[in-house]
Structures are given as structure tokens and as C-alpha cells.
Design a binder for this molecule. Structure first.
Ligand code: XMP
Length: 249
């Protein structure tokens, strides 16, 4: 498996999952004063060390806005290119008009990301479908937020689950982000769309869901952040989680 240059599509994600026999995705959320310290250069080194130690257990790395704002797009880009085995997901939770979404997708691809996460709440027309067109045109992927894992998600967002799923499918996204803390949404989405979409599920360990529970409900991957990078021993934590989250199981 080699890095071809531009974004790599979902086939790379699935091939890597098979290769290392894992369904584990790392959420890398860094901030000044966190486990990596407050200085950008040493934080980047810390992240490099972390990523280079987890390649046997972690399939993909989800990098969100805290890390992007702390290390800067340049810094994150250097990190991504220094550990090219992973499938990289930019968790920008894009929720904007198609024109802006395209720009953000382009910036993510140029930085070395393979996929972006976007909200489906913006709708398909002039919205999510534009981002999908941009990312697919570059060989990359879009995952859409169809329900969220925190309690407040039930106030508005998750009540629109059916519409968010429909908008996502009609826009041609590659998969959905669905909450491990509310596995009924995972099961419903899987039943509706079959195996055609990739389901990634956060909310495991720190937010309370048990490791393996989202996959049992129908998810393809579980996303774990603090349970790995803020544990005393990230390598043994990741190894333990990956042994529960086997691709072949
Ligand atoms: P922890 O440290 O709690 O990190 O394992 C969780 C990661 O997942 C993100 N997160 C979500 N993203 N929908 C999303 O799109 C959700 O429902 C959701 N819940 C958690 C969070 O940003 C962090 O990176």
C-alpha cells in the first residue's frame, strides 16, 4: 500500500483495514496544554511519535479543528506526510454553502487528507452534493454527520435522522458518522442502506459506549480519541482496542 500523491479513496481505507485486521480509527484532538504540551514544534514531534507507534493497530486518523488550529494546516500537513500509511480524515464538520465547502475540501486534499467530515443538515442541492463532487473529483471521500453522540443531539439534530440520512444518500457520500452512544441510529442506517456505505462511530470509551458495541450494531469503524492518546500507554491501549475490533471478526 503506497501513497499515490492525491487523496486515496475508500478502497484504500478498506484495504488497510483488511491488511492490519482492525476497525480502529484514532481521533487526534490536540490543544495547547494537552498531553503534547503547549509548544507547536514539540507537539508536532509528539504527534509524529504517537502516529508512528500505532500503525499496526490504527487504520485511519481523524484530525479535527483543535489540532488544525493548534498545529496549523502546514504543521498538520507535515504530520500527515510523515506517516503516510494512515487514511486521513479531516473532521472539519463542514456546514456551509457549496462554494465554501468546495474550498474547504480542496484545502483538506492539498494538506494530504483523504476524506472530510461534513454536516448533512445543509442539504443536498448547492450544499453537500457540491462537496461530494469536489472530493470525488480529487479521488477523496466525504463522510456526513447523520446523528450525534452527545445528549443535546436529541434536541434537534437526531430528530431529523431520516432526512439527514436521505440527504446523505442522495448526495452520494461515502459513509456516515453515527453515535456509538445511541446504537439504534447505527442499526437503522445499516438496515436502510445495506453494506454500500461506510459507518464510522465515535463516542466509544470516554463518552461511555463500550469498545465493540458500535460494530455490533452495524458500524464498520469505531473512533477512539482520549481512550488512546490520553491513556498512560497509547500503544497498549490501541493494541487492546484493536484486538476487540478485528476486521475479520
Ligand atoms: P474521544 O476523545 O471522546 O473523541 O474518544 C471523540 C472524537 O469524535 C468526535 N465526535 C463526534 N463527531 N459526531 C461527530 O461527527 C459525533 O456524534 C461525535 N461524537 C464525538 C469528537 O470531535 C472527537 O474528535
Amino acid at each position: 500500500l503506497v501513497m499515490a500523491g492525491g487523496p486515496r479513496g475508500r478502497s484504500y481505507l478498506l484495504a488497510r483495514a483488511r491488511e492490519i485486521d482492525s476497525r480502529l480509527v484514532l481521533a487526534l484532538d490536540m490543544h495547547p496544554g494537552g498531553p503534547a504540551g503547549s509548544e507547536r514544534g514539540s507537539a508536532l514531534e509528539w504527534a509524529r511519535g504517537l502516529l508512528s507507534s500505532l500503525t499496526d493497530y490504527v487504520v485511519a486518523v481523524k484530525i479535527g479543528l483543535p489540532t488544525l488550529m493548534f498545529l496549523g494546516v502546514e504543521g498538520v500537513s507535515r504530520l500527515v506526510r510523515s506517516c503516510p500509511d494512515y487514511f486521513y480524515i479531516a473532521d472539519m464538520k463542514i456546514a456551509d454553502i457549496g462554494y465554501i465547502a468546495r474550498l474547504l475540501g480542496r484545502i483538506a486534499c492539498d494538506a494530504g487528507f483523504d476524506a472530510v467530515i461534513a454536516h448533512a443538515i445543509v442539504g443536498r442541492e448547492d450544499g453537500l452534493c457540491e462537496l461530494v463532487d469536489e472530493m470525488h473529483g480529487r479521488g477523496g471521500c466525504v463522510f456526513s454527520v447523520v446523528a450525534m453522540s452527545h445528549r443535546g443531539a436529541e434536541e434537534v439534530l437526531n430528530r431529523n435522522f431520516e432526512d439527514l440520512l436521505r440527504v446523505s444518500v442522495e448526495s452520494g457520500v461515502d459513509g456516515f458518522i453515527l453515535p456509538a452512544t445511541m446504537p439504534r441510529y447505527i442499526a437503522m442506517a445499516r438496515e436502510r442502506v445495506g453494506r454500500s456505505a461506510i459507518i464510522l462511530s465515535p463516542g466509544v470509551v470516554k463518552q461511555g459506549a463500550a469498545v465493540g458495541s458500535a460494530v455490533r450494531a452495524g458500524a464498520d469503524f469505531e473512533i477512539i480519541g482520549r481512550g488512546i492518546y490520553a491513556s498512560g500507554d497509547p500503544v497498549s491501549s490501541a493494541k487492546r482496542y484493536a484486538s476487540v475490533l478485528r476486521w475479520s471478526a
